[in-house]
Design a protein around this ligand. Structure first.
Ligand SMILES: [Zn+2]
Length: 193
């Protein structure tokens, strides 16, 4: 009989239950996308949030352009995913952006950092949201990066020629795959990668 093991299992379970969400909040800052108001970000529409309310008009325009662009060039997104536009690096830091210009967390939302207020950046992140919606967030983790990143760089029509490596190589590999697969069988073929 190992009577002693019961309380310790319960303690571990309790610890996991209490500590993991708190740790996720602190360590995995991007989860804050779920509740941006807690870090000084205001959502002035259902989908567009800003740290600087005076920049809301610009943010809304970038969002609308990217949403329409992705719908026309690839496929429409389901719903209107949340995008948080950070004007300050303090805002970006509070979402743990680090060296990244922008980040998309599954299909939950996107954070655009101060350097990423450009059409191709917002399109790029919405393409990641579309990938998550169409292929599944978990399945996407197992897709090759030439597909995930190559598609985002290529189909967002990122104007940088060439991109820094490895991104240029990933974009090139996606482009040759896309040329063969085409638009009609796109998601079926992508699902099999
Ligand atoms: Zn990307």
């Amino acid at each position: 009989m190992h009577l002693g093991s019961r309380p310790s299992i319960r303690r571990i379970a309790l610890l996991l239950f209490l500590v993991v969400p708190a740790a996720a909040w602190v360590i995995v800052k991007p989860v804050r996308v779920v509740a941006p108001t807690l870090v000084g970000v205001t959502c002035l529409s259902a989908s567009v949030c800003v740290d600087d309310p005076s920049a809301f008009g610009t943010a809304e325009q970038l969002y609308a352009e990217a949403l329409a662009f992705v719908a026309a060039e690839i496929a429409p997104l389901a719903g209107t995913p949340r995008v948080i536009f950070c004007s300050s690096s303090a805002c970006a830091d509070s979402f743990g952006l680090g060296a990244r210009s922008a980040v998309t967390i599954g299909t939950i939302g996107t954070v655009i950092g101060p350097k990423a207020w450009k059409p191709h950046y917002v399109r790029h992140e919405l393409i990641h949201q579309l990938q998550g919606q169409r292929l599944g967030v978990i399945a996407l983790l197992f897709k090759p990066s030439w597909f995930v990143e190559g598609m985002a760089y290529s189909l967002s029509q990122d104007p940088r020629q060439p991109l820094n490596e490895p991104w240029e190589d990933l974009r090139r590999r996606f482009a040759s795959w896309y040329q063969v697969v085409g638009k009609a069988n796109f998601w079926r073929e992508a699902g099999m990668l």
